[in-house]
Write a protein that binds this ligand. Structure first.
Ligand SMILES: Cc1cc2nc3c(=O)[nH]c(=O)nc-3n(C[C@H](O)[C@H](O)[C@H](O)COP(=O)(O)O)c2cc1C
Length: 415
């Protein structure tokens, strides 16, 4: 009698804990189900991509001190959480360049996105539109201005480099206007190319070459190699067939940029840009208060405090450390975008609390793309939205307008 009771009890206990869920048959969904953070996506991308491609995405300039500093600044900034504020819900919507966004984030421009996934910029633009976030297409994109507009009705910005051939810039600007891009993002931190030593060591070129030194890497990453070989060649899609070179023969980015981009770019060029573009202008790559003030004096619509994700000048300050002093200096004369080191939604909350209008992020979505293609980017943008809401709830901020410096401790950044 007692034995039967014990058996019944045992069966009941087992039944209460054993769950056989459905087996996920989609390999991408299965892979993504094992990830819970950007660090996980990075790990998966590292496994899937050839080392040269992964290092091109992951690496920074020289000793990578600025790359590290960008993330460290977020890690060292603690919250000052407020509790018992009676918040049944929080409102995470914000506004960037005068239009609403579901949370304060813009996807940063990244050149050569197709090395992470064959769909490249198309995948990112579609995911950004689904998330309601603006996406910035790089000048050095591997899908063209028109192709990207062809797959997205969302908010698109176009990033411009100052080619020596200003006629080429003007033509691209006109194409961006015709394709209803909303803003131009002029990148100003690339007078010359930063020394990215991982790429130097690997002799990394764009497009990547498969030769004696990379063939083993290719064999070790068969899925990537197969999709690379099966899809159309990777090119600088906005300049295909132009005399500046479209990447149809492999070139190191250093040689390409140093020969094609104009190191003599100056503040006067912003006036010139305005003469060929009626829309909004963002200057990306501001790295000190004095230049932020000059940009505000020029009346640009936004500045992106950015060191190119630590890929240009090693020794440039962490972008988060610039937000508060720049916000104090420019007030509400221009919007402030904090670009570099964002790996979690809580990082976005910290930057906005310090005084930024929004953040930009690059590597986060590239790791997601490398780990799980378009689905990976959807997953990431969903995590970040949820992170922002959860973090604001935990620090007691009812809306983005309520995020201010009383909710963070910036002492370690500004002792
Ligand atoms: C692989 C890669 C390519 C990039 N290409 C460009 C580019 O073409 N133009 C540009 O303005 N910035 C470019 N950036 C810089 C990003 O726009 C952004 O400033 C940087 O990624 C922010 O740092 P995070 O990666 O820590 O988010 C690139 C960054 C990466 C990682």
């Amino acid at each position: 009698m007692a034995a039967r009771g014990a058996i019944r009890q045992g069966v009941e206990t087992v039944r209460s804990v054993v769950r056989f869920g459905t087996v996920e048959t989609d390999p991408v969904a299965r892979r993504l189900a094992k990830a819970a953070s950007v660090a996980d996506l990075r790990r998966i991308a590292k496994r899937r991509l050839p080392r040269g491609c992964f290092d091109y995405i992951d690496g920074g300039a020289e000793d990578e001190r600025t790359l590290e500093a960008n993330s460290k600044a977020f890690a060292e900034t603690r919250f000052v959480p407020r509790v018992l504020r009676g918040l049944p819900d929080v409102e995470i919507g914000a506004s960037v360049l005068g239009a609403p966004v579901p949370y304060p984030l813009v996807l940063a421009p990244t050149g050569f996105t197709r090395i992470a996934d064959p769909q490249g910029e198309l995948a990112v633009a579609r995911a950004a539109e689904r998330a309601g976030l603006p996406y910035t297409l790089s000048t050095l994109s591997t899908r063209s201005i028109e192709e990207v507009r062809g797959v997205s009705d969302g908010r698109l910005w176009f990033q411009v480099y100052a080619w020596r051939d200003r006629g080429l810039v003007e033509e691209m600007v006109q194409r961006a206007a015709a394709a209803r891009y909303e803003a131009l993002v002029l990148t100003v931190d690339t007078a010359v190319f930063g020394r990215r030593e991982r790429d130097v060591r690997r002799g990394f070129s764009l497009p990547p070459v498969i030769g004696p030194s990379t063939v083993v890497d290719g064999i070790l990453h068969p899925a990537w190699t197969w999709s690379f070989l099966r899809n159309e060649p990777i090119r600088f899609a906005n300049v295909v067939g132009r005399s500046v070179g479209d990447g149809s023969s492999p070139v190191t980015l250093a040689d390409y940029i140093n020969s094609q981009f104009d190191p003599a770019l100056s503040w006067d060029d912003i006036d010139w840009l305005r003469s060929v573009w009626d829309g909004k202008i963002v200057v990306k790559g501001i790295q000190c208060v004095a230049d932020a003030v000059l940009a505000a004096d020029q009346g640009v619509d936004a500045i992106a405090l950015s060191n190119h994700g630590g890929r240009q000048l090693d020794g440039s300050p962490a972008t988060l450390s610039l937000v508060a002093p720049v916000a104090d200096a420019v007030g509400d004369r221009t919007e402030i975008i904090c670009d570099g080191g964002v790996r979690r939604g809580s990082d976005i909350v910290k930057a906005v609390a310090a005084g930024a209008t929004a953040c930009m992020a690059g590597r986060g979505y590239l790791y997601a793309l490398g780990a799980g293609g378009e689905q990976g980017v959807d997953t990431l943008l969903g995590w970040w939205r949820d992170d922002v809401r959860r973090t604001m709830s935990l620090i007691g901020a009812a809306s983005v307008d309520e995020l201010d410096r009383s909710l963070i401790d910036l002492d370690r950044l500004h002792p």
